[in-house]
Design a binder for this molecule. Structure first.
Ligand code: BLA
Length: 217
């Protein structure tokens, strides 16, 4: 990635502490931007011995023909209950090059494939959503995440931006806003945050940090 730069985030949203029952919660956020990407977000959250979460979303700059990379890993004691990764389209389909590369990835037959929830119409046909059952499946999943990322980054370096007023750019803004609004319908994320920090804080965090809308500036 080129022109990799940190993005500002209020200190009280960067490292977040909370308590649920006897468990301490720690959330750590890292935010950057780079050529082709308005926001690269990596979040890790640990709630005592109850769960660990790794959440990452790479939001493209809508001037570029790039999908949204998203990964969510929710680990509970003894297993990973949710492992999801996708390159989600912001046009009618994914760019041809990306589809060609994704078709080359060998997807093993995971034992426990999960059903995409109803709000998940934002994901591509290449989405992987599983509960990995052992360390071999964990490794396969991580290798798929790596391959999705390499495809995205290589492609991002080969393309040039479209113009601000191009209808294709405007459509990508629209689709990215829709992606954010659908992600905000995931009650599992909202409920965890609301239980610890209250509904108002959870909504603010979802709107400002996790799934803020791209601005037409
Ligand atoms: C599910 N997300 C979950 C679950 C929890 C969280 C506790 C339930 C685990 C399970 O169903 O096994 C919680 N995830 C969080 C929290 C954060 C988080 C608290 O990221 C951050 C603070 N979610 C995303 C992204 C994707 C995503 C980027 O943030 C996809 C790219 C997907 N998470 C996702 C999906 C589910 C999930 C599809 C399952 C929802 C369901 O089955 O209803």
């Amino acid at each position: 990635m080129r022109d990799f730069k940190p993005l500002e985030l209020e200190p009280d949203l960067k490292n977040i502490f909370g308590k649920l029952g006897g468990d301490d919660l720690l959330i750590v956020n890292e935010l950057h931007k780079a050529r082709g990407f308005r926001k690269l977000h990596l979040e890790t959250a640990v709630l005592g011995s109850s769960f660990d979460i790794l959440h990452a979303v790479f939001f493209p700059d809508p001037l570029f023909d790039l999908p949204i990379f998203g990964v969510d890993l929710v680990a509970v004691p003894g297993s990973i209950s949710a492992a999801i990764v996708d390159l989600s389209p912001v046009g009618n389909t994914l760019p041809v090059f990306i589809k060609k590369e994704l078709n080359k990835i060998e997807i093993p037959s995971f034992k426990s494939v999960r059903k995409i929830p109803e709000w998940g119409d934002i994901f591509s046909p290449y989405v992987q959503f599983i509960s990995p059952i052992n360390s071999v499946e964990n490794g396969f999943f991580l290798s798929i995440v790596d391959q999705f990322l390499m495809i995205l980054i290589n492609y991002s370096e080969s393309i040039t931006p479209d113009s601000f007023d191009d209808p294709i750019t405007i459509e990508r803004y629209r689709k990215q806003i829709y992606y954010c609004s659908q992600q905000k319908r995931n009650d599992k994320t909202r409920n965890v945050l609301a239980k610890i920090f209250g509904t108002d804080w959870a909504n603010k965090y979802l709107d400002k940090v996790l799934f803020d809308c791209p601005l037409r500036t």
